[in-house]
Design a protein. Structure first.
Length: 488
């Protein structure tokens, strides 16, 4: 196929140039009816292609024209048999693949530290999660992926499981051993779904870990907007093989997707795919080199430690070198202190900070100036805190993986009451509590809240990290199940 083409983007431009007068939504009509300040900022050309699914522009819910052509090119570029565009991020793509694979009371093997969209899908489907626990990194205070051995064991113990879902790579860039996990699942003829939110670039450079499709997975949800260069909220659902059908995936995706699909997002997927296919290898080579320069510099900066390929567990596949996790505990500060210091003193925004680390991304976008700015800022961060050390020996706190007492769906719909956070110890939760980013629930509906997790939540709140989920955003109270009901 001709990867130099961008049929969806080209179709939109051709339509805008024809100049037909729109008696249809969006009501701003190519920006004419829009607030002038906003129009000036985003530009008339952008607004001229903020269009809707009129007949010449195809329909995401049943594509037959330019969207179908763009999806076929994406499938080829990402090494899939089928690609489906999502204008609701990877969250919706994940929910669609889970709903396509499991139904009410069917078992799905998932890591406990999954993004909330996986757990939302499990609630919606009424499926039963069989949780496997990730490898914990006590040095950096983060969770890695799951091992193939853990997946194998879960499948041995639950031979009636209908699917396996894994996250690869993790937010911190650790890729799991997908080929071995796929082999374990396919031996039992069940599909492997991959949350590949942080791996949109993997298919485009041989030095990166293999992508989900290259590893033989059945479906993958991929945030092109995160690391592939498209607009925020645009993602791909990729598919191959016979264990899931493309028809079923299209139906479940359509079930969850808005009917007012943004053509700006769709066109940005089309053009991001073109750029990745044509230039991805060179741009990713440069991104890896730049990240390596900063990683080497971090090794020489007092108080800082970078997550290295050698730090990932031996049964993981490897580390995405474009992700730079810097552990700052040696400076006696938290990751969020580092985030604030870098914002206020160096004009730098991090991707994520947690209790102990700050995460920096190198993508197709960076130049040598970005390398200099970050290296210089990290040196100054270290220098500014050289007298510190008070918190340097603080013990690493990790969230405890709670036990599931009730199916997440039953807990979500059960009779509930609100109690103070401290009084919720040993109670079954009726809502999610998560730190965002990374958006991984510390506790979810159906799980028992432990004292350790209450302390972990409080530590995050005290550090000013964004703890989300509960209806009471102050987290003074949480919603728990009124009575205990046995797991069905
Ligand atoms: C591991 C993981 N999965 C899924 C998602 C959801 O992706 P999106 O924001 O594109 O909906 C995220 C978002 O941060 C994530 O970190």
């Amino acid at each position: 196929m001709d990867q130099t083409r961008a049929p969806l983007f080209e179709g939109l431009i051709a339509h805008a140039r024809r100049g037909a007068y729109p008696f249809h939504i969006p009501g701003h009509k190519a920006g004419r009816g829009m607030d002038p300040a906003f129009r000036e900022w985003v530009g008339e050309k952008t607004l001229a292609i903020d269009l809707i699914n009129i007949a010449p522009l195809d329909d995401l819910h049943a594509p037959r024209g330019i969207i179908r052509d763009a999806e076929r090119l994406a499938a080829e570029a990402f090494g899939a048999e089928n690609a489906f565009f999502s204008v609701q991020g990877t969250s919706t793509a994940i929910m669609a693949m889970v709903l396509a694979a499991v139904g009410p009371r069917e078992k799905i093997v998932v890591p406990r530290n999954v993004h909330k969209s996986v757990l939302s899908a499990i609630v919606l489907a009424g499926a039963v999660p069989i949780f496997i626990y990730p490898e914990m990194d006590e040095r950096f205070g983060i969770a890695h992926g799951v091992s193939a051995a853990a997946v194998n064991k879960a499948l041995d113990e639950h031979p009636d499981a209908k699917a396996v879902l894994v996250v690869s790579p993790t937010y911190y860039g650790v890729a799991v051993d997908l080929p071995a996990i796929v082999e374990a699942a396919h031996r039992r003829d069940i599909p492997v779904l991959v949350d590949e939110a942080h791996g949109a670039h993997f298919a485009f450079h041989p030095k990166l870990p293999p992508s989900a499709m290259q590893s033989g997975a059945d479906a993958a949800a991929t945030s092109v907007h995160k690391l592939g260069g498209s607009l925020t909220q645009s993602s791909l659902l990729l598919h191959q093989g016979r264990r899931l059908t493309p028809e079923r995936l299209r139906v479940t995706l359509s079930l969850l997707m808005t009917t007012s699909t943004s053509y700006l997002l769709l066109a940005s997927l089309d053009t991001a795919r073109r750029q990745l296919a044509l230039l991805g290898r060179d741009k990713l080579e440069a991104a890896m080199e730049r990240a390596e320069i900063v990683r080497r510099a971090v090794r020489t900066i007092p108080g800082l430690v970078a997550l290295e390929a050698d730090d990932v567990p031996p049964d993981a596949f490897g580390l995405d070198p474009t992700k730079l996790t810097v552990h700052v505990l040696g400076l006696g500060i938290s990751g969020s202190d580092a985030e604030v210091w870098l914002r206020e003193h160096a004009g730098i925004e991090v991707e994520l900070s947690d209790l102990y680390n700050a995460l920096f991304l190198f993508t197709l976008a960076d130049d040598d100036d970005a390398v200099r700015r970050l290296t210089d800022a990290l040196r100054r961060l270290s220098h500014a805190h050289r007298q510190n050390g008070a918190k340097a020996t603080r013990p690493i706190l990790l969230p405890e993986m709670p036990a599931l007492a009730l199916s997440p769906r039953d807990a979500f719909y059960a009779e509930t009451e609100r109690v103070p956070l401290d009084a919720a110890e040993d109670r079954i939760m009726a809502e999610f509590i998560m730190v965002y980013p990374p958006g991984i629930p510390v506790v979810m509906p159906g799980e028992i809240l432990t004292r350790e997790n209450i302390e972990y939540i409080k530590a995050n709140v005290e550090e000013g990290l964004p703890v989300q989920g509960p209806e009471d955003a102050t987290l003074k109270t949480v919603k728990v199940i009124k009575e205990r009901t046995p797991l069905r």
